[in-house]
Design a protein around this ligand. Structure first.
Ligand code: SF4
Length: 323
C-alpha cells in the first residue's frame, strides 16, 4: 500500500491555566501518540466516545490545530514541517467538513459567496462568469441547484446545509477530506442521504476520507478500515469487516455491543462499561482503559501501556491479553 497520508506519533496537549496569574498548571492529553497510514481512495473510520481525541487528531492532521509533536506526511511531503505559505497551498488538497454546518457557515453570506470564497482565495476562476459556472456545477454536484445560489444558510434544512459545506470543501478539488462528525447532528434518514452523497463523490473524484464518528454503526458501511480511539490512543485498527466480526480489544467489544443488529432473530449481549471516561488531564497509568476493563490484570495493565501489535493481516490491537 502506498500511503497518501502517513501519521506518526501524533501528540497534542492543551495547556490548562489556573491560579491568580493564569499560569499553565496542567495539560489535557488529547492525542497521545497516534500513528496510521491511509492509501488513496480509502476511508478510515475514526471512532470513540466524546473526548477521546478523534476530532483533535483530524484537526492536527490539517494543522488547524498545531500538534505538540509527531509528524504528518501527505503525498510524501511533511505537512508538519511546512511554513505558513506552503501550508496554505497544501490546504487545497486537504479539506474538512464539520459536524454543525450552521455554525461553520457564515449566516450573512449567500450560498454563492460561501462556496465561491475558496475559488477567490486560491484564484481558481479566471473571471466572474467562470466562478459563477463553477459554483453552479458544485451545487449541482451535491444535489442543490443554481436557483438556491442567492439564499442564506438559515433558509436551508440541516441536510442541505451539510451539502453546502460539502460543496465548499469540493471547490478546491481536494484529495483528502476529514468528515468530522459530518452526519452526527442529522436525522437517520438524512444521515443516509449525506453518506450516500459522500460515497458517490468518493467514486467520482477518487477522494480519500477520514470519517470521524462517535458511533460505530455510522462508519460500518462507509469505511475501508476502522480505528478505535480511547483517551487519545488508537486501541484497535483493522479492516472494517474484521473489526465488526472479530473485534479483539475489550473497548471495541463494548462499543460494538451497543450497535443494534438489523436482524431481530440475532441477539448481541450488551457489555455495559463501568464509570465514565477518565479525566484526560490525568489519564490512568499503563493501559488507559484499565479502570473500566472487565479483564484488566492488576500489576500489569495498570503499569505498562500496551503497544499496537498485529493479530492478523492489517489488524492491530493494543492489549496485553489479546495480542
Ligand atoms: Fe484491558 Fe489490560 Fe487489555 Fe487494557 S491491556 S484492554 S486493561 S486487558
Amino acid at each position: 500500500m502506498t500511503a497518501l497520508l502517513k501519521v506518526e506519533g501524533l501528540v497534542k496537549r492543551f495547556p490548562v491555566k489556573g491560579g491568580l496569574f493564569g499560569r499553565v498548571v496542567d495539560h489535557v492529553h488529547a492525542v497521545d501518540g497516534v500513528s496510521f497510514d491511509l492509501a488513496a481512495g480509502e476511508t478510515l473510520g475514526l471512532v470513540g466516545e466524546s473526548g477521546c481525541g478523534k476530532s483533535t487528531t483530524g484537526r492536527c492532521i490539517l494543522r488547524l490545530i498545531e500538534p505538540t509533536s509527531g509528524q504528518v506526511w501527505f503525498d510524501g511531503q511533511e505537512v508538519t514541517a511546512l511554513d505558513k505559505p506552503a501550508l496554505r497551498g497544501m490546504a487545497r488538497q486537504m479539506q474538512i467538513i464539520f459536524q454543525d454546518p450552521y455554525a461553520s457557515l457564515n449566516p450573512r453570506m449567500t450560498v454563492a459567496a460561501i462556496v465561491g470564497e475558496a475559488l477567490t482565495i486560491h484564484k481558481l476562476a479566471a473571471n466572474a462568469q467562470a466562478a459563477r459556472d463553477r459554483i453552479v456545477e458544485l451545487l449541482e454536484t451535491v444535489g442543490l441547484s443554481a436557483a438556491q445560489m442567492q439564499r442564506y444558510p438559515h433558509e436551508f434544512s440541516g441536510g442541505q446545509r451539510q451539502r453546502i459545506g460539502i460543496a465548499r470543501a469540493l471547490a478546491v478539488s481536494p484529495r483528502l477530506i476529514v468528515c468530522d462528525e459530518a452526519v452526527s447532528a442529522l436525522d437517520v434518514s438524512i444521515q443516509a442521504q449525506v453518506i450516500n452523497l459522500l460515497e458517490d463523490l468518493q467514486a467520482r473524484f477518487g477522494l480519500t476520507y477520514i470519517f470521524i464518528a462517535h458511533d460505530l454503526s455510522v462508519v460500518e458501511h462507509t469505511s475501508t478500515r476502522v480505528a478505535v480511539m480511547y483517551l487519545g490512543r488508537i486501541v484497535e485498527i483493522a479492516p472494517a469487516k474484521a473489526l465488526y466480526t472479530q473485534p479483539r480489544h475489550p473497548y471495541t467489544e463494548a462499543l460494538l455491543s451497543a450497535v443494534p443488529i438489523p436482524d431481530p432473530r440475532l441477539k448481541r449481549k450488551r457489555i455495559m462499561l463501568q464509570g465514565d471516561v477518565p479525566n484526560p488531564i490525568h489519564p490512568p497509568s499503563g493501559c488507559h482503559f484499565h479502570t473500566r476493563c472487565a479483564i484488566a490484570e492488576k500489576g500489569r495493565c495498570d503499569v505498562v501501556a500496551p503497544v499496537l501489535k498485529p493479530v492478523a493481516s492489517g489488524h492491530l490491537v493494543a492489549c496485553h491479553l489479546r495480542s
